[in-house]
Structures are given as C-alpha cells and as structure tokens.
Design a protein around this ligand. Structure first.
Ligand code: GLA
Length: 680
C-alpha cells in the first residue's frame, strides 16, 4: 500500500510488517525518512519536520545529511559513498514527477539531459528498489558509478553486519562482524555473484535469533555486484547496493534499467528475517513455489568424467531402487570430455560413451519411472574444440592478447547475438531430441578479459537464453551451479527450480554452508546430496545416518558410488529416502527454525505449513560424557498444542518442548538424530 501526503510531499509505503517513508523536499531533492516498523500515515510529515530540526544542529563542514538522502550522487559537498556518479560533471537530479500505481511508486528526477527514475515496489514482506537511467540529450553520458539504491538504516547505538560467504567449497557461512566508522565493501568482480559473499548483507545492533531488529539488502543480479556499508562519523549507516562498478556509456536516447535491490526488515530477530526472506522468495521469486522437489541422484562424485551408457543405466537402477525420482548425468557425457581440459563447446554425445546418444540413456531412465537430467556448461569453451576453431572471435579477449584460461576454458560472450543463437540452438535441440527433463546449468569460470560493463551485458545475455529455453520447454526444470554456489542470486533463482549450494558434500562441513544458504533462501531450492565417505574434498569419515540427516534438512539427493555401498547401507538408504518423502513437504515448504548453529552442535526444526508436522534434526560433532544430552528447545510450536513423537509415541506439550526441550539420543562422533512430531 502506498500513501501519499500531497501537501507535505511525503510517501509512505507499507508492506507485510514494514514501513518505508520518503519525501520530496521543496528544492526537489528526495529525502529518506524511515525504514523499519509500519508507520501511521500521520508519521511521515512529522518525520520530515523532525529531520529539519536535526539539521539545525549540524555544522557546515560537509553537506550534513547525506545519510538521509534517498539517492546519494556525486556532486556538490557530498563525500559519502555514492550510488551514481558521472565521469565529467556533477550530478544532482531533482524531482520532475511521481507516479503511484497500486503498490508501485516511480519518482522521476532529472539533471540536465539525464533522467533518473527511482522505482519502488512493495512485494509482501519486501521492498524492491530499482533505478532507471535515460539519456534524453544529444551527447553521450558517461557514468563511473551506477548502483541501484542507497538504503538508510535508522540510527542505532552500534552496528553489526552479517554476511553469508567464504569461498569455493565454503560458501554461505554466516559471519557477523562489528562495524566501525568507514566502509565495509562486499562485492564480486567476477561476472557472477561468486563464492566469497552472497549478494546480500544484513545489519543489526543487538539482534539475536528471536529478538531485535535487522535490516537486510540483496542485489538481484547474476553478475558482478557491490554492497557498501558506510558508517559515518556521526553514527549513521547507509548501504549502497547494485551491480558492480563499471564505466557505462549511455548514448543519446539510451535507457538503462539497473538491477533490482531488495530490502527486508525484521523486528523479530534472525528467525523473523529468515522467514520474511523465505516468504518473499516463495511468493514473488521462485518457480513452482508450491511443488516439492524430487529426490535426485547425480553421477558426478560416482563416475566423474568416466560416463558410459551401461554404467549409468546400472547406476540409475540402483538409484531407482533406493527411491530416487530424478537421475542426473553430470559432466563427461559429450565428445572430448575425458577430463576438464576438453570438450566444452562441442555439445554432442560422445559416441564411444553413449553409443545410442543422450535419448537412449534418457529412455532407459524414463522406463524406470524417473525423470532424466543432464549437465551443461553453455558459457565456456575449451580451446581445441571445433567450436573454438570455428569461432575464436566468440570468446572474451583483449585485442592483441590471448584470453585467460580458467579451468582450461575461455568465456563465451553471451552479449553477442550470434553466440546466444548458437547456445539456444543446441540447448533446444538437446532438450527436445535428448528427451531431457532437467538441466544442471554450470559455469566453472569467472568472467575475464572484458571491461566491467561486460558483466552486465553477459548476465542479460545469459538470462535471455535461459528465458527463451524455458519458453520453448515449459516443463523443463533447471538447476543453477557455478562451481557450487557461485550463482545463486535472486535474479537467477527466479529462473531455476533448484540450486547447487556447494561442491563440498562433506556432511559435517556442509551443515554450516546449508545454515547460511537457508538463512535467506528457501530450503526448496537447497539441493543436498549424500555422497561417499570419506569424500573426495576433505577425506573425512562421517556415518551414513549423519550424511542422510544433513541432506534431509534441504532437498535430498544422492551422489555416491552405489555399486560400492554395502547391503546394510543400501537398506538404510531406502528407509531414509522413504522417510524423507514423508517429511519433505514440511522441510521444503514449511517454516525453518535455527535452534543451534555452532560447529559442535547444530539443530534445526521445520514446522509444516499447517503446523501439523514438526521435523527436528540435531547434529553433534562429538558427544562428551560430561555433556551427554542437553535438551534442545524447539521453536515455532503452538504452546497450547500437544505433539507426539512418531517413533516413541511419547506426547509432549508445546510449552514443554519450547521451554524445556527435547533430549535427542546422540552418541559418539558425528552423531545425529531425527525426530518427527505430529500435533495431536
Ligand atoms: C563443478 C560443479 C560440480 C560438477 C563439476 C563438473 O565443479 O560444481 O558439481 O558438476 O563442475 O565438472
């Protein structure tokens, strides 16, 4: 809902559980008033008067109100981090007109020929803010900074920033650090969101799991991005968010729409923040938000590049016997792909490996009653392929220099319509002729050998190919992967049913990665596989139950060498998969509550959409005699209800489970427990 107070020049935007207010000042500059709890429509004019009163006390050493500017630009006496900057002129856009359309507000500003439109849209618990640029003049306009929004956080006594990141095989680890005066810059310059940080940042003063306020911002963009948290000397914090830095040239008449940024506020601690992000994703972002994801098998860790028709069929039979519903053949199925040095670009089934082609393998998988999926990496090419020989000009390269190889491949320029046409052509044919139901779309290199703005063009090209493929094959499902979790942003997730959060399938290490992924993203897209132990990345030995339980906190998959699994493990796996199918609607579509998230003990509980089923998963690195079984207090329960443990038949009250807790049976190292409760 948007309320406009015409005489005061204020706007109040109200969503599910939050309010956001701004004003247009008499001189035409937009001013930020509020982001946080919902307000009364009488509040924004009062906030404006109050902000004016605060200005009286300010000195004139610098323009004293950059923190209250709705859009910080480079020009005049402004020295803070700015969202927009021109290369060779100051920028101070002033109000031209506003337009309110339901839950959308557009504020058009202009400075000379450059028209800047601030776009706002209330979407459930989130506010979406974007920005459009239009060069109405006869001369080109060059920008050296083009972020999408400045978000102001209300004044706090202290500030902490929470980020989700780490690196390859350690993505989305939750980190919370105090902010001092100055800037915290979180960014990716890789042409994809990358592994170091999710394009997301949250700020709080003293929030905990169940209490305190948090303000968070995400950039919905699958390319390079940047979020800068700047704490000024007078204790105000603003977040500048958008696509990564680039010199952008707007030719006369050109329009440019910058990526959306999304702001979510929580007054109820981290749990409330997580739930608001999940609600936003489910209601406004994700594809097939109400459909549970199938139990998947992926061949990567079982066969790596040694894909063969008969072996894959044998694997598919074993997977099907465990209850798997979707069988995905990973890398290695196409010509020249015996390792990661060749093949990318020549997307034909290797006749030595798949003599009947992709369709023959797909048909066998279908005959078993499973869906069939295949791995692709459309944006890369290996030198030595026919594609590279025929089109050396399709890769990113600086004039006169050799392109940079990353994992032995070069980057294909998806901004080039010929490249996009080629990519769509073979993907379309592969899906149709190969009887493919599901594609794992990978990218194992960062964008190199191109100027900063190429990241924006590449991302737009990538989206265009994906959108065209989806339109041509409405039943196709897609998984996003970039060496694990390198491309799991909100723009990409709006096009892909599922994501591969990390190559790290060591169940113990993965708990932290999954904890961070599910901090903002719905578990519906969080693909988790049970693989062999010890695994190829860490060589850690983890019991089968722990591996299954860890994967059952998201969308369950299996990725082990099933031929080597002892009969007892196969029997246990069958039971786990069957149990998972009984709880997956709760895990994937219900509310996720973090109970403990430290390396020694992790616990999570999922409460089904109607509150009828509760799934509790507890993990311990080791169980010490002195600390055998501390109770785990549950969250999200109805205090007036009774819950029955479906294994022991013991019934508990909601108050008992909330205030005293469950005592799960744990023993030894890498111990885990799964408890399913039903409301009586
Ligand atoms: C990346 C992916 C893996 C696997 C390999 C195949 O590393 O993250 O899951 O698909 O590529 O080469």
């Amino acid at each position: 809902m948007i309320h406009r107070d015409e005489p005061a020049g204020t706007f109040l935007l109200t969503g599910d559980g939050f309010g956001y207010a701004l004003a247009v000042e008499p001189d035409g500059s937009p001013r930020h008033l509020h982001w946080g709890a919902p307000l009364d429509p009488a509040d924004p004019p009062r906030l404006l008067a109050d902000a004016d009163a605060a200005r009286i006390g300010s000195n004139t050493w610098s323009r004293p109100r950059a923190h209250t500017e709705e859009l910080v630009t480079a020009g005049g006496a402004r020295f803070d981090e700015c969202a927009l900057a021109l290369a060779d002129a100051p920028l101070d856009p002033r109000f031209v007109e506003s337009e309110v359309d339901g839950d959308r507000l557009a504020l058009r500003l202009a400075d000379g020929p450059l028209v800047v439109t601030l776009r706002y849209e209330v979407r459930g618990p989130a506010l979406v803010r974007g920005l459009e640029l239009h060069n109405t003049g006869d001369e080109p306009v060059t920008l050296t900074r083009a972020s999408s929004a400045t978000w102001s956080v209300p004044w706090q006594v202290g500030y902490h920033a929470t980020t989700l990141g780490g690196g390859y095989a350690a993505e989305t680890t939750v980190r919370r650090v105090p902010l001092g005066p100055g800037k915290l810059v979180c960014e990716s310059r890789r042409g994809i969101p990358g592994h170091a940080f999710q394009p997301w940042l949250a700020v709080d003063d003293d929030a905990g799991e169940d209490h305190g306020e948090l303000w968070s911002v995400a950039v919905a963009h699958g390319g390079s991005w940047r979020i800068v948290a700047e704490l000024s000397g007078d204790g105000h914090l603003h977040l500048t968010a958008g696509a990564g830095d680039a010199v952008l040239r707007l030719s006369p008449g050109a329009r440019l729409r910058l990526p959306d940024t999304i702001g979510v506020y929580s007054p109820t601690g981290r749990a409330g923040l997580t739930h608001r992000w999940h609600d936003y994703e489910r209601e406004h972002v994700l594809r097939r938000p109400d459909e549970v994801r199938p139990v998947l098998y992926n061949s990567w860790e079982a066969t790596f590049f040694a894909v063969g028709h008969d072996d894959q069929v044998a694997l598919a039979r074993r997977a099907h016997d465990l209850g798997v519903e979707l069988f995905v053949v990973d890398d290695g199925w196409f010509t020249g792909r015996d390792d990661d040095r060749g093949g990318l670009g020549d997307w034909r089934a290797d006749p030595a490996k798949l003599p009947g082609g992709v369709a023959a393998l797909a048909d066998e998988v279908h005959a078993l009653g499973m869906r069939f999926g295949l791995w692709v990496e459309p944006e890369s090419v290996n030198p030595g392929t026919d594609l590279y020989r025929d089109h050396p000009d399709w890769v990113y390269r600086w004039p006169g220099r050799e392109p940079t190889a990353v994992r032995h491949s070069y980057g294909l320029d998806f901004a080039d319509p010929d490249v996009r046409e080629w990519a769509f052509g073979w993907l379309d044919a592969l899906v149709r002729d190969g009887h493919v139901d599901y594609l794992k779309w990978d990218l194992n290199r960062s964008l190199t050998d191109a100027p900063g703005y190429a990241s924006r063009c590449h991302e737009a090209g990538f989206r265009a190919v994906v959108d065209r493929l989806r339109a041509a094959h409405p039943d196709l499902w897609l998984e996003t992967c970039a060496s694990g979790g390198g491309r799991a942003d909100l723009a990409t997730l709006s096009r892909f049913e599922t994501a591969w959060p990390s190559d790290n399938t060591d169940a113990f290490e993965r708990l932290a990665i999954q904890d961070g992924y599910a901090f903002v993203h719905s578990p519906l897209t969080m693909s988790c596989w049970v693989t062999d132990s010890p695994g190829y990345l860490t060589r850690r030995t983890v019991p089968l139950a722990f591996r299954f339980h860890a994967a059952m906190t998201g969308t369950l998959g299996i990725g082990g060498r099933l031929a080597d699994w002892p009969e007892a493990d196969l029997t246990a796996a069958r039971t786990f998969v069957a149990l998972y199918k009984q709880i997956r609607a709760t895990v994937q579509l219900g509310r996720r509550w973090r109970l403990r998230a430290d390396p020694d003990r992790t616990a999570v509980c999922h409460v089904g959409q109607d509150g009828g089923q509760v799934v509790v998963l507890v993990f311990a690195r080791t169980v010490r005699q002195s600390h055998l079984a501390p109770p785990i207090r549950l969250r999200g329960l109805d205090p007036d209800a009774r819950y029955r443990d479906t294994t022991t038949d013991v019934t508990y009250t909601g108050t008992f489970l909330t205030h005293h807790g469950l005592r799960p049976v744990l023993a030894g190292d890498y111990a885990s427990s799964l408890v399913v409760l039903t409301r009586e």
